[in-house]
Design a protein around this ligand. Structure first.
Ligand SMILES: [Zn+2]
Length: 146
């Protein structure tokens, strides 16, 4: 099942081999505490990629790997102008499920945008279209649907 993880539970660096791997699933956790910021926020360092980050970076849209791949692919296809009804038919995913993914993604736009642009080559304007689509609760067509 999908769940949301805190930043401190995984490395948030998309270029890191341990990106998105939950610490609780790791034999040797790759994150270590690295003091606090002047404002008292816990800082962490990833031993794999050496990047540091703080726990206030927030939660990420986090799923088990296979599911995450599928969700991001669906989000990318929607951003590119495919209809939910098409994806329901082609991929066999319920419309309710896709709408839920969209709502959850919209809570974590920064992280989702990073991945969609870097890995799925979705354009900025397409992503903006996706979020406005979510705000309209999926009632309207995505731009580009004709
Ligand atoms: Zn890392």
């Amino acid at each position: 099942m999908a769940k949301l993880a805190q930043t401190k539970d995984f490395c948030p660096n998309a270029a890191c081999p341990d990106y998105g791997k939950l610490q609780s699933d790791q034999l040797k956790p790759n994150l270590k505490k690295l003091g606090k910021t002047p404002r008292g926020v816990q800082r962490y360092q990833c031993k794999t990629c050496s990047k540091t980050f703080t726990e206030t970076r927030g939660t990420i849209f986090f799923y088990k790997h296979a599911e995450e791949e599928e969700i991001l692919e669906v989000l990318a296809l929607l951003a590119e102008g495919n209809r939910i009804s098409t994806l329901t038919r082609v991929k066999g995913i319920k419309e309710d499920t896709i709408l839920r993914w969209l709502r959850e993604a919209a809570q974590h736009t920064d992280q989702v945008e990073d991945v969609l642009m870097a890995k799925h080559h979705v354009k900025r304007a397409q992503i903006d279209g996706l979020w406005s689509y979510v705000r309209n609760k999926g009632e309207k067509k995505l731009p580009g649907n004709g």
